[in-house]
Design a protein around this ligand. Structure first.
Ligand code: AMP
Length: 174
C-alpha cells in the first residue's frame, strides 16, 4: 500500500464539476487498484480524473472483503464495471436478483453517513449506474437499499448499494 502526503498534489488536480475534491488538507493516501473493462464514452476523461482524485481521499479504516473482490483475489460474478464502480452478485441473495454496487476506491465511504460533498460526483455516478443495472436485470421494477450501521443491519464497511428484484417487494421492509 502506498502512503504519502498529498497536500501539495491537490493543487495540481483540476476541480471537477460536482465538487469531488476540495482544497482541504488530506492526511494520507491509499493507492488502490482501479481497472477499466467497459466501453469508454465521451465523458471518460472526466471519469478517469474522478477516479484519480478519489485515490487521494484519505481512508485509514480496515479493508474489507470487498477490497479482495475489487482486486480479484476472490471470485465474484461481475455484472458491471467501470473506472469508478463495480457491481457483482451477492453471495447470499435475498431475492432472485441481488446485485451489490460498490465504489472501487472506498475513499472514506465505509458508511453512507460518512458521505461529504467530496463524494457527490461518485455517489451520483453510482445512482445512475444502479438505475441502469436495475432496469437491465429487473425490467418490471427493483429496489435499491443502503444499510448503515448496526440498526441498519450493515455487515460490510465499504459503501454498497443493494439492487434487489425479480419478485414482488413488500413494504414496510423487515
Ligand atoms: P450489508 O449487510 O448491507 O453490509 O451487505 C453486505 C452484503 O455483502 C451481504 O448481502 C452479503 O451477502 C454480501 N457479501 C459478503 N461477502 C460476499 C462475497 N464474497 N461475495 C458477494 N457478496 C458478499
Amino acid at each position: 500500500m502506498l502512503a504519502f502526503r498529498v497536500g501539495s498534489l491537490l493543487s495540481a488536480i483540476p476541480r471537477l464539476h460536482g465538487g469531488l475534491i476540495s482544497p482541504h488538507t488530506l492526511p494520507s493516501v491509499n493507492a488502490r487498484h482501479v481497472s477499466v473493462r467497459t466501453a469508454m464514452t465521451a465523458s471518460d476523461e472526466v471519469v478517469k480524473a474522478q477516479a484519480a482524485a478519489l485515490r487521494l481521499l484519505a481512508d485509514d479504516d480496515e479493508s474489507t472483503i470487498f477490497d479482495r473482490i475489487i482486486a480479484k483475489d476472490i471470485e465474484s460474478t461481475v455484472v458491471y464495471e467501470d473506472e469508478l464502480c463495480l457491481a457483482f452478485r451477492d453471495v447470499a441473495p435475498q431475492a432472485p436478483t441481488h446485485v451489490l454496487l460498490i465504489p472501487k476506491v472506498r475513499a472514506g465511504l465505509t458508511q453512507i453517513r460518512r458521505a461529504t460533498d467530496d463524494h457527490a460526483t461518485l455517489l451520483g455516478h453510482m445512482m445512475v449506474q444502479a438505475g441502469s443495472i436495475g432496469v437491465r436485470e429487473c425490467p418490471d421494477g427493483f429496489r435499491l437499499v443502503i444499510n448503515d450501521g448496526a440498526q441498519g443491519a450493515q455487515s460490510v464497511y465499504h459503501l454498497h448499494i443493494h439492487i434487489l428484484g425479480g419478485r414482488q417487494m413488500t413494504w414496510p421492509p423487515g
